[in-house]
Design a protein around this ligand. Structure first.
Ligand code: A1D88
Length: 576
């Protein structure tokens, strides 16, 4: 009793006196009573009439739940709405590299009665409606991911300033979790970016980078990270003074016809329904619910639409599809942690041997992440083919504006092409911390390569084989340092395929496994550790499909079905 009372007193001292939810969140109270700040926000600072609200949640990533909502509600009332000297506010993250990664997925998982999520969403809407009605401009200053509910907070703001950092991404990925943007996203996004762009973002869940965000009107300004807070405070002040007005991106004639007339919208809806049906095969309820909810908003009042959104969100959260997709998020995130710790010798130079499709792809993803890459093939023709593959892929990225010319130049300059004829290749390999071999699937060739390279490699260098079939222990037999030998099995085309199987053999050291994990993770791969058994993981799973397809073809039961299966197996999604 005493502890609760002192916690309440402490909350008042912190300027959070309006908070009433004491019975529901003891952890919040405990933390607030111990410090001069809340659980999700640092103490508000006021600079020349602009309140700076710094989000600083408990984990390394800011996420939101109902406690976050209660805290900002109270904080806004005390520090912004009720303080006449405060004319505007900025919401910014106190974390170095993220704004808000969305609603707390662990919180959604932990809910026992999913119907209660409707109320959580409705309270969120009420808080942000209140913030909007205060007539004090709110500017979102975004650095790092602003995803899901995080972007939805920003959509409630009058102005969105984003940093030019590659870490900054905006998106509504709820669909990938079998959910919909339940924090106002289905209603607040399309007035800003237009209906078609909003459908694209909500139905694909894709990430939007800063330049694209500016172009489509999602962000108002892109700034250097160092200038973010200053620009945001100046902007908030200018909005309050009226010297700056928030502007919506204009629409061309066709866009107006398609989005601002009911006939145009029915064309857009029709196309979208067809696309959703084709891509989901009717197995995923979220895209249909998203489309329904956006449509609903065009024929109902805003409060009705938000209520509908909250209802559909709670319904989706209760589905087994959403539970499974959330499980995939949790599993994939768990895979980002190394069970082998950090390697004692950090990897800086990676040598790739064999510049065919696999080798060149591995070299590309490695150079793109800042490693120095030695790309070796037996002759000039081979290595040139590999370099051209990399250059063509990166030029494609530049064309799609996913890479700058500067990044292209620095990435390609990190790749050093070498052949057996290169006078200094041995010296160069003397600096390699890791070799990934992608030569033909021939054990004697791999043995030759390992023996030849070990004459030059430093003792700590890890030797990784990209074999898809040969046991790693057999490859290690030719090595003087078998503890450094490991499998790193990529899938083709390497730049597109996310999976990487890492296969330690029985004698592989923890150090080699740690280095392989670190490189794979930095390359952006989803890394799984697999036993050194025939087929490793993926090919072992694929085997029965191949056998059954073969049996169908052989018996000429359903030839077209067999051909269909083969096409499926050989498609880029599954190609190995
Ligand atoms: C109505 C609204 C609904 C919604 O908003 S649903 C949620 C929508 N948001 C998302 O789907 C984003 C999910 N998160 C991510 O995709 C990634 O994360 C990021 C791109 C944001 C960052 O990736 P990286 O830098 O590789 O970090 P990391 O290892 O994935 O995450 C670091 C820690 O942050 C936790 N985390 C990230 N996002 C959430 C989240 N939305 N809810 C709960 N936890 C989250 C992870 O689990 C992990 O935690 P640990 O360090 O303990 O392993």
């Amino acid at each position: 009793m005493l502890r609760l009372a002192s916690a309440r007193a402490s909350l008042r001292l912190n300027g959070l006196g309006a908070f009433q939810g004491t019975a529901t969140c003891p952890s919040f109270l405990k933390r607030a009573s111990l410090s001069t700040r809340g659980q999700y926000f640092a103490p508000v600072e006021v600079k020349d009439g602009v309140a700076i609200i710094r989000i600083d949640g408990p984990g390394k990533m800011n996420t939101i739940d109902d406690n976050f909502r209660q805290e900002i509600d109270a904080l806004w009332t005390d520090k912004v709405a009720n303080d006449a000297s405060v004319k505007a506010a900025v919401i910014i993250s106190a974390k170095p590299d993220n704004f808000i990664a969305g609603a707390d997925i662990k919180f959604i998982d932990s809910v026992e009665d999913f119907a209660s999520l409707k109320d959580v969403c409705l309270k969120g809407h009420a808080t942000f409606q209140k913030i909007r009605k205060a007539n004090k401009p709110l500017v979102a200053a975004i650095h790092g991911p602003a995803l899901g509910g995080g972007l939805e907070v920003a959509l409630y703001c009058d102005y969105r300033i984003v940093t030019s950092s590659p870490k900054t991404v905006l998106g509504l990925p709820e669909v990938k979790l079998g959910l919909l943007p339940g924090f106002g996203g289905t209603q607040n996004l399309h007035p800003i970016v237009g209906l078609q762009a909003a459908l694209d973002m909500t139905l694909t869940g894709k990430n939007i980078r800063p330049d694209k965000a500016k172009k489509m009107g999602l962000a108002d300004v892109v700034v250097d990270p160092a200038a973010l807070e200053t620009v945001a405070v100046e902007t908030a002040r200018a909005l309050a003074e009226g010297s700056l007005k928030g502007k919506r991106k204009g629409k061309g004639l066709l866009q107006k016809v398609l989005e601002d007339t009911s006939m145009g919208r029915s064309i857009v809806y029709g196309q979208t329904e067809k696309m959703v049906a084709k891509n989901t095969g009717g197995h995923y309820p979220a895209p249909t619910a998203i489309l329904d909810t956006i449509k609903y908003g065009f024929t109902h009042s805003k409060p009705q639409a938000l209520e509908y959104e909250a209802t559909r969100f709670a319904e989706l959260a209760a589905t087994s599809v959403s539970a499974a997709l959330r499980g995939i998020f949790t599993g994939t995130t768990a895979l980002k942690q190394s069970k082998y710790g950090k390697p004692a010798n950090p990897v800086e130079t990676v040598a790739v041997v064999g510049a065919g499709l696999m080798g060149a792809g591995i070299a590309q993803v490695t150079a793109e992440k800042g490693y120095r890459v030695l790309l070796k093939d037996k002759d000039l023709a081979g290595v040139s083919r590999g370099e051209k593959y990399i250059s063509d892929n990166l030029k494609g990225k530049m064309k799609k504006k996913r890479m700058t010319k500067y990044a292209y130049d620095t990435t390609t300059s990190r790749v050093v092409g070498l052949t057996d004829e290169s006078a200094n290749w041995g010296k160069q390999f003397g600096k390699a911390d890791m070799v990934i071999e992608a030569v033909f699937e021939d054990l004697s060739l791999k043995h030759k390569v390992i023996q030849q390279l070990e004459e030059h490699l430093p003792p700590h260098a890890v030797f990784a084989s990209n074999t898809s079939a040969i046991p790693i222990a057999r490859i290690a037999e030719a090595s003087q340092r078998p503890e450094n030998v490991i499998g790193m099995h990529y899938f083709s085309p390497v730049p597109q395929m996310p999976l990487l199987e890492i296969i330690p053999h029985k004698g592989t050291s923890k150090e080699a496994a740690a280095a392989a994990f670190e490189v794979g993770k930095k390359q952006g791969k989803t890394v799984i550790f697999v036993k050194d058994v025939p087929g490793f993981y993926v090919n072992r799973c694929l085997g029965p499909y191949l056998v059954e397809t073969g049996a169908l073809m052989e018996g000429a039961l359903v030839a077209s079905l067999g051909i269909g299966c083969l096409a499926w197996l050989l498609s880029p999604r599954l190609k190995i």
